[in-house]
Design a protein around this ligand. Structure first.
Ligand SMILES: Nc1ncnc2c1ncn2[C@@H]1O[C@H](COP(=O)(O)OP(=O)(O)O)[C@@H](O)[C@H]1O
Ligand SMILES: [Mg+2]
Length: 344
């Protein structure tokens, strides 16, 4: 897939901004504060309905605006589509002028985002790696998002019950929620398991098993994973959950780990970590291409903070047909299309 054109209004510092992008390698460059990250963030927002930064939607609206409007023309194997996101009172996503949903939009635009910020989040915190893997899975199967949303909704409701009713509830009241959580949760675990195997297959082929992803579902016991086993675990945790007034187990606590030659990624130098995380991305890109018959759009914010020239060459050369949109303070001839942003 290729983003041909992007328009941004009332988003961060950008207004009346329009850019035509090349199908190949694009670089947006300019001084700090000129809006480079915001351009990437707008594209990410069109794909995922949120920012990659920990901000509220409203904070994305330009100080002097009442809302924002984003629009992208995207070419994918199905043809040309226009995706828009408009935040006024609420958020409206549209695909070719028709009201749409993220699960539909992702079929036409899947932004794959990499930056120094993401790198440090993922290296530091297990939840961030889990979210990244969830986004990866979602790129391969838009149905996975349905499963995640259903699970999270059931979890919120169970937590609400635990929190507000405290002492007065007993195990049997949790049973209904646990049944639903086991049903939806076991789908998540199975998909995460299958994805881990797929990614490890791609990693093995590309980098001869140097790197592997390990998945640790947060379920107890030695028995093989199943919906029934998860339900048993959930029921067993009931008394402790009532006491602590929140859910204690389930896939929301699953852990992923990246291992390099059998050692934890955290034990390596920061340069090595960046390289290995990039390799993980590359294996994913390969998987994505095989599963969907096209490439995602790779967004590299401040690319030179996460990779040296050699790593950049390696990624760009490896996927000549993939659209890349990178940002940096400096221009670089390696990118065919260079777009300079000026500070207002
Ligand atoms: N809601 C907002 N309204 C107006 N300006 C904003 C808003 N949020 C952030 N900014 C400003 O937008 C500018 C561009 O930010 P950013 O895209 O991160 O720049 P760059 O990546 O080029 O360094 C910054 O000066 C930032 O303070
Ligand atoms: Mg920036």
């Amino acid at each position: 897939m290729v983003v041909k054109k992007l328009e941004i209004n009332g988003f961060r510092n950008l207004n009346g901004f329009a850019v035509e992008l090349a199908a190949a390698k694009n670089l947006i460059f300019g001084a700090n504060g000129s809006g480079k990250t915001s351009v990437i963030e707008a594209l990410y927002f069109l794909g995922f309905g949120k920012s990659f930064l920990p901000v509220q939607r409203r904070e994305l609206v330009r100080f002097d605006s009442s809302g924002f409007f984003l629009s992208a023309e995207v070419i994918d194997k199905s043809g040309e589509n226009t995706i828009t996101a408009c935040l006024e009172r609420g958020l409206a996503l549209k695909l070719n002028e028709e009201r749409s949903f993220l699960t539909q939009v992702v079929r036409h635009l899947y932004p794959l985002f990499f930056s120094h910020f993401l790198y440090s989040q993922v290296i530091d915190g297990a939840p961030h790696l889990r979210r990244l893997i969830d986004r990866f899975i979602y790129g391969l199967s838009s149905l996975y998002l349905h499963d995640v949303l259903r699970y999270n909704q059931a979890l919120r409701q169970k937590n609400y019950l635990l929190k507000n009713l405290g002492r007065t509830i007993n195990n049997s009241e949790l049973r209904g929620w646990n049944t639903l959580l086991a049903e939806t949760g076991s789908k998540l675990v199975k998909k995460r398991m299958a994805f881990t195997n797929q990614l490890n297959g791609a990693l093995g082929e590309m980098f001869s098993d140097v790197l592997c992803l390990r998945y640790h579902p947060a379920v107890s016991g030695d028995q093989p994973f199943s919906e029934a086993a998860l339900l048993e675990d959930l029921d067993r945790a009931g008394t402790a959950e009532i006491r602590s007034r929140r859910s204690l187990i389930g896939p929301q606590r699953d852990r992923f780990e990246v291992a390099v030659n059998g050692r934890k990624l955290q034990l390596f130098s920061s340069g090595e970590k960046k390289k290995y995380l990039l390799m993980l991305y590359m294996a994913y890109i390969d998987l994505f291409r095989r599963a969907r018959g096209e490439y995602p759009v790779l967004l590299l914010d401040d690319y030179d903070a996460v990779m040296d020239e050699r790593n950049l060459e390696f990624v760009l050369d490896h996927f000549p047909a993939m659209q890349v949109i990178a940002t940096s303070v400096a221009a670089n001839e390696r990118f065919e299309r260079r777009i300079e942003l000026k500070k207002e």
